[in-house]
Design a protein around this ligand. Sequence first.
Ligand SMILES: [Zn+2]
Length: 338
Amino acid sequence: MPSTPRTASLLALPLASALLLTSCGSDAAAGGGGSPGGGGTDGSDGARVQVAASFYPLQWVTQAIAGDRADVTSLTAPGVEPHDLELSPQEVGEAVDADVLVTLGGFQGAVDAAAEERGDAPVVDVAPAADLEETPGTPAGGPSGDEHEHEGGASDAEEEHEHGLEEDPHFWLDPVRMSSVAAAVADGLSAADPDGASTYAAGLAGVQEELTALDDEYSTGLATCASRDLVTSHQAFGYLAERYDLEQRGVSGIGGEAEPTPARLAEVADFVRAHDVSTIYTETLLSPAVAETVADETGASTAVLDTLEGLTDASPGDDYPSVMRADLQTLREGQGCS
Ligand SMILES: [Zn+2]
């Protein structure tokens, strides 16, 4: 392996990794003794920066920026709702011991706790770059004008407790926000691993080119549509709606778990009839029962949009860009776009 200049520069990494690892976790006390810590830092994996990302879109963007220079894992397993993530002791260890942790601060309490345990080890919190809002793309009045009022006291408090965020976390469904987050991730990787800065800069350029193309496709694809009302079962598409001039009307709250009340369902059904909404969107990680209830009652049809919270076998693509493009196709059909 140590035969090319590129590999030679990578050989400097195990030292950096060991230094990072000794600043946290149980090896900290042994740091002065020069213990490599963590194990495996001399093996083939040791040549790569070990990054833990808190959920899939952050894993994708980080891996795309870092390329072969890093191994990026997701703390949220495929098919698991990231909203109320719990971490096993092994996953906590992964989050604490990784060379770099990439996360949306405030979104997942278990990851926030692990981030605190890292001491001074690098944590990239993308929240500032994601520019979160409370109710993006969601008009006042009508269904979901204020979802906090619809949940009822107890479930409202419960939801906020679960998510830890007042704001809508789903920034990744807006390619423009995703591009700002990509820049923050590249900065964080470069700060943690300065020798890789040129790799991360090149990776970022490629990722941002892809995200700009995606943004252009969405702008064009959703420019002229029969309906601009986006009726969804999980209000994950607020940033997307805001970006592309749609109005999100949720059937349940922002959180994955919220069960809508009968009054809320009736309100949405009225809205669907009054606005001639032809398609209600459900999503891959949640039961479509709620949307189907409204659809049955109103004669609308349902279609599946992927929230990209985690890839599964049911996902309509195998990475972030391909699933985003599949969602665009679904939206174009459901909204009657020309
Ligand atoms: Zn969500």
